[in-house]
Design a protein around this ligand. Structure first.
Ligand SMILES: Cc1cc2nc3c(=O)[nH]c(=O)nc-3n(C[C@H](O)[C@H](O)[C@H](O)COP(=O)(O)O)c2cc1C
Length: 139
């Protein structure tokens, strides 16, 4: 299995998720981890993981642009991870819509509420590693 993890992270929380997920997926196959940016061209893979923060009542802008521009990826799968503030809704619904024209098929999705320590990259909730491990088993 070949995985591409694409993430966007302002404070480091999504980076932590991406780095840990890469370790968890490595025994299952090849994993490439990339930061979402305008210029990024996604390599071929079986499964694409998109992990990004909610910002300004949507998905962070760079990730939004990247996801909404994807086309012709029929036969491949996608996985979503969203981090968002305590007391706010997740943006998984928006992420699904952004991929509507990509041709990708959904495999799984999850979210993490970030709290105290977010700006230092330490805002993920207690037990996030275990939650991510269980999630990784499904993808
Ligand atoms: C400019 C800005 C806008 C944000 N807007 C939202 C928002 O609309 N909804 C929400 O749930 N969280 C919002 N947040 C919180 C981010 O989702 C949180 O900082 C992020 O998930 C942390 O992940 P990161 O360290 O990977 O960037 C915002 C944060 C920033 C810096």
């Amino acid at each position: 299995m070949k995985y591409v993890i694409v993430y966007w992270s302002r404070f480091g929380n999504n980076r932590k998720i991406a780095v840990h997920l890469e370790t968890l997926l490595k025994p299952k196959g090849e994993v490439i981890t990339l930061v979402a940016a305008d210029s990024v061209k996604l390599p071929q893979a079986d499964v694409y993981v998109f992990s990004a923060a909610a910002e300004r009542f949507s998905i962070q802008e760079d990730m939004k642009k990247l996801m909404s521009g994807l086309r012709g990826m029929d036969g491949k799968k996608y996985v979503l991870i969203n981090t968002h503030a305590l007391g706010f809704k997740n943006w998984l619904g928006r992420m699904n819509k952004l991929l509507a024209k990509s041709g990708l098929t959904k495999l799984a999705e999850t979210d993490f509420r970030v709290g105290e320590g977010t700006k230092e990259g330490n805002g993920l909730p207690q037990g996030w590693e275990k939650k991510l491990e269980e999630f990784a088993n499904r993808i």
